[in-house]
Design a protein around this ligand. Structure first.
Ligand code: PEP
Ligand code: MN
Length: 336
């Protein structure tokens, strides 16, 4: 059960509500986000919702039977849109492409990528400075120093930054230099990291775990929301299946299903989704057709020389065509 409280609810009214919930054996969890104040009631007993809903200081009350509550569409019917500022918004009606290399490698690479993005009117650049790698001997990123240099350059172009955070301890240092913090597939159920990301006022892109179910993804998002951060987007990036013909199995189905289950924006990552460069654009189109609110894609001036994930990275001319096609597909989806 989600109880939305009036702004500035009196302490004695809050206590009355807690006592009433206690009386029906419901545990009450208080949630204060950037936007609203809630009590999440968790319990089993059937009761007349009006007995709580008519108490003073209560704006609204909803019964939500799912394990995830605040991210559920059963409660918030309208889509959440995340405003990044400067006219960049993410969510239904605001399709955005995020593109850039798997890893940030050098000043020169940053500059050429920014030029490419600007030419294509892409407002958000992706890139990792902390890289989760299967082998400890692979390139693991330029770290905070690389992020600071990237931020400095991106600011000149008016382009926003999305990058992965791997540990709670990195968050504070990264905050001034990022517009969206990405939680990678390997950290999708790192609940300490999710708790910490719930306590900041910055958008978070949460990727689905390598073997994560849709329900687990939504519950992971609930961790962030219930700690106070409503600015969350979910990302389908392919899951591990028995199929070995490609890197991951891009779960296109997840896109409409997530859009139905949650009000949060849903982003697709076709690069990791299939992991095969020559097919990335086709899968990207399929995700747009399935209703993705945005696509995050790996691009590089010379994918053959990329420090990581070159095998699934488009070069600039391949990317130009992919952006154009995705935008056309988006128009079709919009009925245009
Ligand atoms: C990435 O975006 O480069 C990345 C490592 O993604 P994922 O966590 O989905 O593997
Ligand atoms: Mn990558």
């Amino acid at each position: 059960m989600i109880i939305q409280l009036e702004k500035g609810i009196q302490q004695q009214d809050l206590q009355k509500l807690r006592d009433s919930l206690n009386g029906i054996d419901y545990k009450s969890n208080e949630v204060q986000t950037q936007f609203q104040h809630y009590i999440i009631g968790v319990g089993k007993k059937e009761f007349d919702i009006r007995s709580i809903g008519t108490l003073p200081g209560i704006k609204d009350i909803h019964r939500v039977s799912d394990a995830y509550k605040l991210v559920s569409r059963k409660w918030r019917v309208e889509d959440s849109v995340i405003d990044l500022g400067d006219g960049v918004k993410l969510g239904t009606g605001h399709f955005e492409i995020m593109a850039g290399p798997c890893s940030i490698e050098s000043d020169e690479q940053i500059e050429t990528t920014l030029q490419h993005l600007q030419k294509n009117n892409i407002r958000i650049m992706r890139g990792g400075v902390y890289k989760p790698r299967s082998s400890p001997y692979s390139f693991r990123g330029l770290g905070l120093e690389g992020l600071v240099r990237w931020h400095e350059a991106a600011k000149r172009y008016g382009i926003k930054i999305i990058t992965e955070v791997m540990m709670t301890e990195q968050i504070e240092d990264m905050l001034p230099y990022v517009d969206i913090l990405q939680v990678g597939a390997r950290n999708s159920q790192n609940f300490n990291l999710l708790d910490a990301l719930g306590k900041i006022d910055k958008p978070v892109l949460l990727k689905r775990g390598i073997s994560g179910t849709i329900d687990e993804l939504l519950q992971a998002a609930e961790y962030i929301f219930s700690n106070g951060n409503e600015k969350i987007m979910l990302c389908e990036r392919g899951i591990r299946s028995y199929e070995k013909a490609y890197r991951n199995t891009m779960d296109i189905n997840a896109i409409p299903i997530l859009k139905e289950k949650t009000h949060l924006p849903v982003i697709a990552d076709p690069s990791h989704g299939i992991g095969v460069r020559r097919h990335v654009s086709k899968v990207a189109l399929a995700t747009v057709a399935a209703g993705a609110d945005g696509v995050i894609m790996e691009v590089h001036a010379q994918p053959e020389k990329a420090f990581s994930d070159g095998q699934q990275t488009l070069n600039f001319s391949e990317a130009n065509k992919a952006y154009e096609d995705m935008r056309k597909m988006r128009e079709i989806v919009n009925g245009g």
